[in-house]
Ligand binder design. Sequence first.
Ligand SMILES: Nc1nc2c(c(=O)[nH]1)N[C@H]1C(S)=C(S)[C@@H](COP(=O)(O)O)O[C@H]1N2
Ligand SMILES: [Mo]
Length: 311
Amino acid sequence: MTAYRPPRLPSSEITPKNLYLTRRSLIGAAAGGLAIASAPSVFAAPETDYKVSDKPTTYEDITTYNNFYEFGTGKDDPARNSGDFKARPWRLEVGGLVNKPTVFGIDDLISSIPQEERIYRMRCVEAWSMVIPWVGFPISALLDKVEPLGSAKYVAFETVVRPEEMPGQRGLFQSMPWPYVEGLRLDEARHPLAILATGIYGETLLNQNGAPIRLVVPWKYGFKGIKSIVKITLTEEQPPSSWNLLAPNEYGFYANVNPDVDHPRWSQATERRIGEANGLFGGARMNTLPFNGYAEEVAGLYAGMDLAKFY
Ligand SMILES: Nc1nc2c(c(=O)[nH]1)N[C@H]1C(S)=C(S)[C@@H](COP(=O)(O)O)O[C@H]1N2
Ligand SMILES: [Mo]
């Protein structure tokens, strides 16, 4: 099997779009059972610090099997119900405990920071997973612009509230309190693996995946990946996170992928890779790795912490 590798960090360029189109048709061909003998040269990328040898999930699966409750609670709701959502123009407000609070226009922000491609394994708390070629930039690059104060210990994130465009935020369809909120410790947010994504497979992020900008933290469960962010605030206190507010015994603030700590209602020891051939037991089941396979890079962030307590 071909090794798929994201570029060495820091990388300076996005892979040209036509390469992604080629990739997509190759991945599609692979999914259809055709030979992909020609794939290695297309996928070849420089040696990297962050290797992913898994085959990327198809663009089709990544953009049609989603969690985005602002558009409904079904996996196919976000793709079906996000057509009216307007991801441009977009303002991202970054403030709180910083020297330079700033309101960024999304396209100015994107063009001011080199975009990188990162193929990451993603793991949802419901025990399914995908491998996604994200385009984006380290959160650190944004934090450097606003200069966090020494007193800042956490980063709080907030999704847009727009009931006119988001049916899941209207009346009876409301499934949780809005806005959706999330948070990271500042050192987690500063880790080079933590990115703000603006695209997938070289394409501008689609609405269902959190356009125009969303969080990606590959060693944590998917619900930390807050979408369509309008506000980022540096704080001294640990910020709230939506799923933790809703069910604190099921979803913790840390949400690190951990096969040894089960969700109260199901095991987290194995995962089902979306799009992989269905086997005898209903899907390509694989063992879940500590920190989703990124332990070498991130375990040090949690040295001395009881991860069963801080789940
Ligand atoms: N604003 C917002 N962000 C969200 C969610 C949501 O419902 N609302 N769902 C989360 C969950 S549970 C997951 S698994 C991921 C899914 O991201 P994807 O659909 O792009 O794969 O988004 C996360 N971010
Ligand atoms: Mo999730």
